[in-house]
Design a protein. Sequence first.
Length: 485
Amino acid sequence: MILADLLEKLEYNCIQGDVDRTVTELVYDSRKAVKDGVFVCISGAVRDGHDFAREVVEAGITSLIVEKEVDVPKDVTVILVKSTRYALAAMSAAYFGYPAEKLKTIGITGTKGKTTTTYMVKSILEKSGFKTGLIGTIETIIGDKVIPASNTTPESYIVQKTFKEMVEAGCEAVVMEVSSQGLMLHRVGGFVFDYGIFTNLEPDHIGPNEHKDMDDYISCKSMLFKQCRQGILNIDSEYYDRMIEGHTCEIETFGFSEKASLRAENMKLLKRKGYLGVEYDVKGIMDSHVEIDIPGKFSVYNSLTAIAICRHFNVSEEVIQNALKDVRVKGRVELIPISEKFTLMIDYAHNAMSLESLLTTLKAYEPKRLVCLFGCGGNRSRLRRFEMGEVSSKLADLTVVTSDNPRNEEPQAIIDDIVTGVKKGPGEYITIIDRKEAIKYCIDHAKEGDVIVLAGKGHEDYQEIKGKKYKMDERDLIRDILAGV
Ligand SMILES: CC(=O)N[C@H]1[C@@H](OP(=O)(O)OP(=O)(O)OC[C@H]2O[C@@H](n3ccc(=O)[nH]c3=O)[C@H](O)[C@@H]2O)O[C@H](CO)[C@@H](O)[C@@H]1O[C@H](C)C(=O)N[C@@H](C)C(=O)N[C@H](CCC(=O)O)C(=O)O
Ligand SMILES: Nc1ncnc2c1ncn2[C@@H]1O[C@H](COP(=O)(O)OP(=O)(O)OP(=O)(O)O)[C@@H](O)[C@H]1O
Ligand SMILES: N[C@H](CCC[C@H](N)C(=O)O)C(=O)O
Ligand SMILES: [Mg+2]
C-alpha cells in the first residue's frame, strides 16, 4: 500500500522524503518493526516512541510519523503531524479499509454503567437478528471469538483491526465502551460513531496517569458528542449541559426527568426468593413496561439506556422485554446462590459513586443487615480509598475491609487509608487482609436475611501483586470455602 493513501484523511507536513512510497505495515511498537513498514512515534506515559526512531530505521522501517524532529538518514520519509496518536487512529482506519463505515457503531461513555449497558444492547440486538460485536472492560466479542481485554477501550489500531474482523465475521453492529482515556488518547479517532451515549458522570480517574483535573475529565468525555451522528444522553445528570457543550450531533435524552425524550416511571423494587429485581414503565417516545432480575435504580438507568439505543434499530417491544429479562453480566451485581438464608453477590463497584449507588440500592430492599466487603487497588487514586470507606460505613451495617489488587503498594497501607474513611461513618467494621479469609468471615457469620456484597473485583479472575497477576476468582474462593478447602 502507498503511504499517501494511509495519510489521506490527515493534515501533515512531509519534512523529509516523499509519500508516494510503498509501505508494508503500520507499526507503533519498536519491537514489531518490519522492513519497509511505517512507524508512528507516540509519546506515552512511560516511553517516548521518538526515542526509538533510529532503532526502527535500522530494523528496516522506511517511513516515520512524528510530532517533533528526529535525526534519521535522508532516505527515510518523515511526516510531521500535530498528534501522532490521532495520526495512528486515522491511518489505522485507512489501513484496515474504513471498517466502521460497514457497521452501525455504538459508543458508550460515562463513569458508570458502560459495561452493563453494552451487554444489554448486545442481548437485545442479537435477539432481534442483528449480529453484534462488543468491545469493553471484560472482553472483546467477535461472533464466537472472545478475547480477554487489557484496556476498556483498546488502542486505535486494535479498535480498527477488531472492526474489520467484526465485518468479516458478519457483524452488522458494534457496541463498545468508550473510556475518557480512550477519547483523550484518540483511541476512537478516525471515524464517526452512529450513536454516542452518555450514562452519567462523577469525579473519578483523576491522578498522575489519568486526567489532570475534573475539567479535563469532563471535556474528554464530551468529545464523543463532537464525533457521533446521534447523541443519546442521561438528562438527569448534573453534567448534562457540560456534556453537550459544542456538540455536533442530534440529541435525544433519557432519564426520570419529565424533560427526557424517553422516561422511566413507576419504578418498583422486586424482592422474590432467590433474586432482587426491579420493574418500571417506559414513557415518552416509546410506551412499554420492563421487568429485570438485576436490582436497583441504576439497573433502571442501564436498561433504559439500552432501550433508547435499540429503539433506533426498530426492535420490537417483546424482544426488548425478553432480552432484558435474561441478561446477566459477569461481576455486575452477580448473584451467587449458596444459601436461601442470605443473599451473596459479586460486584465491580470500585469507586465511591458506584459503591454508594450499589449500597443505597441494596438498602432499599430492607435486608436484615447489609454487609460490604471491599479493598482498593494499589497505584490508583488514594482519595478513592477514603471515600469508599466513608460510603461503606455510612450505608452498610458491617464493612469488611480487605485487599483488592495491591499492585506495587503494601496491602496494609491501603487498608489503613480505607480505615480513615470507614471511621467517619456509623457502621461497624473489621479488617482482614487476606481476601479469601475475609469472604469466609462473611459467610461464616451470615445471619438470616443478610445481603452480602463482595465489591471491587467483579469479573476479574486474578490478583495483581508487584507486576504479577496471580489466579484468583472470587467464585472459586467461595466454592473452596464451602468445600472447606
Ligand atoms: C497510562 C496509559 O493510558 N497507558 C496506556 C498507553 O500506554 P503508553 O502509550 O503510555 O505506553 P508507553 O509504554 O509509554 O509507550 C509509548 C509508545 O512507545 C512505544 N514503545 C514502548 C516501548 C518500547 O520498547 N518500544 C516502543 O516503541 C509504545 O508502543 C507506545 O507506542 O497505551 C497503551 C496501549 O494503548 C495502553 O495499554 C496503556 O494502558 C495502561 C495499561 C492503563 O492502565 N491505562 C489506563 C489508565 C486506561 O487507559 N484506562 C481506561 C479506563 C479503564 C476503566 O474502564 O475504568 C481504559 O480504557 O482502559
Ligand atoms: N448506571 C449506574 N450508575 C451508578 N452505578 C452503576 C451503574 N451501573 C452499574 N453501576 C455500579 O458500578 C459498577 C460498574 O458497572 P459497569 O461495569 O457497568 O460500569 P462501567 O462504566 O463499565 O465501569 P468501569 O469504568 O469500571 O469499567 C457495577 O458493578 C455497579 O456497582
Ligand atoms: N479499570 C480499573 C479497574 C479497577 C478494579 C479494581 N479491582 C482495582 O484493581 O482497583 C482500573 O484499573 O483502575
Ligand atoms: Mg467498563
